[in-house]
Design a protein around this ligand. Structure first.
Ligand code: FES
Length: 140
């Protein structure tokens, strides 16, 4: 039997997490292929709808990765995103998905190693939780 390889949609802010992901690549740091990076201008642009759609389409996990608190280029985008992620976690539980499938992280663009760590940590977490129960439906 082949090992479960999760798909983790990673909404990464252009100013920080996306740069960190890029840096991880430049530094030749290994991180799991489960991570699918979607570049966004700021995590403040993320809506609960985007997160739920990723799960509906079959993602096993979702990461929202933004600038450190106080460093958002649009002042409070990451704070808004934090609140939306918390709200989305509640909705996930209501529809029977483990809220641990979703996480918000903060980092600077200089933290390539942190991006790789977050990717590995979240991949391990999702492997333990198993495939998204909606996944079979979504991938028909
Ligand atoms: Fe990075 Fe807002 S600009 S989270």
């Amino acid at each position: 039997m082949t090992e479960f390889e999760p798909i983790i949609v990673t909404f990464a802010c252009h100013y920080c997490a996306y740069g960190a992901a890029d840096l991880a690549g430049v530094m030749r740091l290994q991180y799991p292929a489960s991570i699918r990076v979607v570049k966004i201008p700021c995590t403040g642009r993320i809506d609960v709808h985007h997160i739920l759609t990723a799960f509906e389409k079959g993602a096993d996990g979702v990461i929202v990765a933004g600038c450190r608190i106080g460093d958002c280029h649009f002042e409070s985008g990451n704070i808004k995103a934090t609140k939306r992620v918390q709200y989305a976690k509640k909705l996930l539980e209501e529809i029977g998905l483990d809220k641990e499938r979703l996480e918000m992280y903060y980092m600077s663009s200089a933290e390539g190693a942190r991006f790789a760590e977050v990717a590995a940590e979240m991949t391990e977490r999702i492997k333990k939780l198993g495939p998204n129960p909606l996944r079979k439906e979504a991938r028909k």
